[in-house]
Design a protein. Structure first.
Ligand code: 13P
Length: 287
């Protein structure tokens, strides 16, 4: 069954590795990630943005699909189903629908309002045994139409939000969603170190995992990051493999148009991407 992300992230923080959050879009995506986690004997967090939830018919459909898939595929590694960048209303809807973890992204509210809403959600999550992620300092790039500026979080605000009892904290350290521009300055390790110093044992979350060079990922983990979110990279890998299949004319040969054949290269590409990330993050054999 689905688990809260608390235990897997506490272990990751203590063991100096990170658990990957991979965003899902449909059945194939979910199956590819779950099977890879099982093959790698790695804990995994399935991320669902509000947009992806809507695309998949709603949070109840998503929760039912994931729970049934974990059972049918005999997945034994820890799996958390997590709302990614949730609104206050979205967070409540996911708790209701049976998610085991939520993120409340109050980073666009004034800090007092972020504190008030996070406090309320923390108490609901505690009661239900659900993990909760909060965010300080907007992550740049575009996430479901919301464009952030790639801020660096204020370490004192991070401490204030961490002390509310959240399970994990996303702090902006110059990271952005989607592809990084050629002139990107890289992660701000001084910000990360300052946040880590103030927040102690709190597992820190790195959003925008796509395209961050391996050495920066490793350094971030050394400095206290224990959850890394990856979305765009799986999408790019899926699209490239699907393009290759169609451009090679394979959909026109025999039963190549069968969706089980047409989508297979894309699924394999997602699996390869997820495996590579699990190896880089150090979560292999940590289930
Ligand atoms: P990327 O799409 O850049 O990998 O970011 C994913 C993410 O942070 C989801 O919250």
């Amino acid at each position: 069954m689905l688990v809260s992300a608390k235990e897997m992230l506490t272990k990751a923080k203590a063991g100096h590795y990170a658990v990957g959050q991979f965003n899902i879009n449909n059945l194939e995506w979910t199956k590819a990630i779950l099977q890879t986690a099982q093959e790698c004997n790695s804990p995994v967090i399935l991320g669902v943005s509000e947009g992806a939830g809507k695309y998949m018919c709603g949070f109840k459909t998503v929760a039912s699909m994931v729970k049934a898939m974990v059972e049918d595929l005999k997945i034994t590694v820890p799996v958390a189903l997590h709302l990614d960048h949730g609104s206050y209303e979205g967070a409540k809807a996911c708790i209701e629908a049976g998610f085991s973890s939520i993120m409340f992204d109050g980073s666009h509210y004034p800090i007092d309002e972020n504190v008030a809403k996070t406090t309320e959600l923390v108490s609901i999550c505690e009661e239900k045994g659900i993990s909760i992620e909060a965010e300080v300092g907007a992550i740049g790039g575009e996430e479901d139409g919301v464009v952030g500026a790639g801020e660096c979080a204020d370490p004192d605000e991070c401490k204030m939000i961490a002390d509310l009892g959240v399970t994990m904290l996303a702090a902006g350290i110059g990271n952005i969603h989607g592809k990084y521009p050629a002139n990107w300055a890289g992660l701000s390790f001084s910000t990360l170190a300052a946040v880590q110093e103030k927040t102690g044992a709190m597992p820190l979350v790195l959003h925008g995992g796509t395209g961050i060079p391996a050495e920066q990922i490793k350094k971030a983990i050394d400095l206290g990051v224990s959850k890394i979110n990856v979305n765009t990279e799986c999408q790019l890998a899926f699209a490239a493999a699907t393009r290759g299949y169609v451009e090679a004319g394979k959909d026109l040969k025999g039963k190549g148009f069968d969706p089980r054949k047409l989508l297979a290269p894309g699924v394999e590409a997602i699996k390869a991407t997820v495996k590579e990330k699990m190896e880089l993050f150090g979560s292999v054999n940590k289930a």
